[in-house]
Design a protein around this ligand. Structure first.
Ligand code: FDA
Length: 302
């Protein structure tokens, strides 16, 4: 990233929320479940699948975690009644991870049980490194209780990821592999772009060789190519993996992957708490972030 891009990204918090909101609109499927259903239908029309996430961040209040849990339970009912090709993704810190691990595990247990009861699937997202151990502990328990109805996420920037795959091997884990989005200290994460890429291809190969189902979550064309060549080299079939992309990011790449005969799932976030998620997305794209700053200075129309 250039010094200019880095300056642009550091300037983002100064931008008024309504301007960020207008630029962030493509990344969020709306504030209600009805809006999310509409977006999922258009994704399905393209031939893709979806995973639904309620926008939100870490909670410190038990009643808020319980209310998110109940919302997630309802989403499984909506997916079933609307016959959507969609599953659900959750963030443990929204479900009380930082309050009490056992409380969070109970909430995730309720959601995983619902995933199983509706013959659907629950993906446990991975957050910053302070949550990795508890998230993987909860994941292990959920797989023991609900089998293939639950999966988790690993991040290729984490130094520990290959070891985590070794530790989870007995579960034949269902893993979404992504680069990782949180700002992590050097002691826990690889910093260099190329190392994170190489660790991505290294770890997805390791997972495939261990018999795992892998969600290949990236918009990086080089990694898409690396995954496709690995799929070809290992002779994998469509049921052993899926590509995954975020809502609003690079629809053209989405089309290219689908036209190549691969399955692809779009991560569809919705809800009222859109600001932190949108800032993370804008930080990943200095070109859009630059336009946000120009708009704030009255130099560009939205
Ligand atoms: P990279 O950042 O190099 O981007 C590749 C290309 O895509 C670049 O050209 C870039 O400009 C473009 N691009 C990326 N973001 C863009 C944007 N917002 N708008 C426009 N273009 C954009 N992380 C995590 O820590 N825990 C998790 O649970 C998840 N879950 C998750 C699910 C899914 C389905 C995806 C796709 C990603 C995640 N992530 C995540 C985020 C992930 O870790 C990572 O930060 C982003 O995917 C960006 O990394 P890429 O591999 O896309 O490469």
């Amino acid at each position: 990233m250039s010094i200019f891009d880095s300056l642009v990204i550091h300037g983002l918090p100064l931008v008024p929320k309504f301007i960020v909101g207008r630029f962030a609109k493509p990344y969020v499927a709306g504030s209600t479940i009805d809006a999310a259903v509409k977006s999922i239908r258009s994704i399905m029309d393209e031939g893709a699948m979806a995973t639904v996430d309620i926008l939100g961040e870490e909670v410190s209040d038990r009643s808020l975690a319980t209310s998110y849990t109940n919302e997630y339970l309802e989403i499984f009912d909506v997916i079933a009644s609307e016959r959507l090709d969609a599953n659900v993704s959750i963030k443990p810190t929204m479900l009380g991870m930082k309050i009490d691990e056992a409380f969070c595990a109970d909430n995730i247990e309720a959601i995983a049980a619902k995933a199983q009861a509706t013959d659907n699937f629950l993906r446990i997202d991975m957050e910053d490194h302070t949550t990795t151990d508890p998230t993987l502990r909860i994941y292990r328990t959920m797989v023991e209780r609900h089998g293939h109805h639950v999966g988790v996420v690993l991040q290729s920037y984490m130094r520990r990821t290959a070891d985590d795959i070794n530790d989870l091997r007995d579960l034949k884990p269902n893993i979404r592999m992504c680069k990782g989005i949180y700002r992590e200290p050097r002691t826990v994460a690889w910093g260099a772009f190329e190392t994170v890429r190489e660790n991505f291809t290294y770890t997805i190969e390791k997972l495939f060789r261990a018999g795992s189902y892998v969600g290949i979550a990236t918009h990086d064309s080089h990694l898409v190519w690396a995954a496709m060549s690995l799929i070809d080299r290992l002779g994998l079939n469509r049921e052993q993996y899926e590509f995954q992309m975020l809502y609003g990011v690079d629809p053209e790449l989405r089309r290219i992957i689908l036209d190549g005969g691969h399955r692809l799932r779009v991560y569809v976030p919705f809800g009222k708490d859109w600001y932190p998620y949108s800032m993370r997305r804008l930080r990943e794209n200095p070109t859009i972030a630059k336009n946000v700053l120009l708009a704030m200075m009255g130099k560009k129309t939205l």
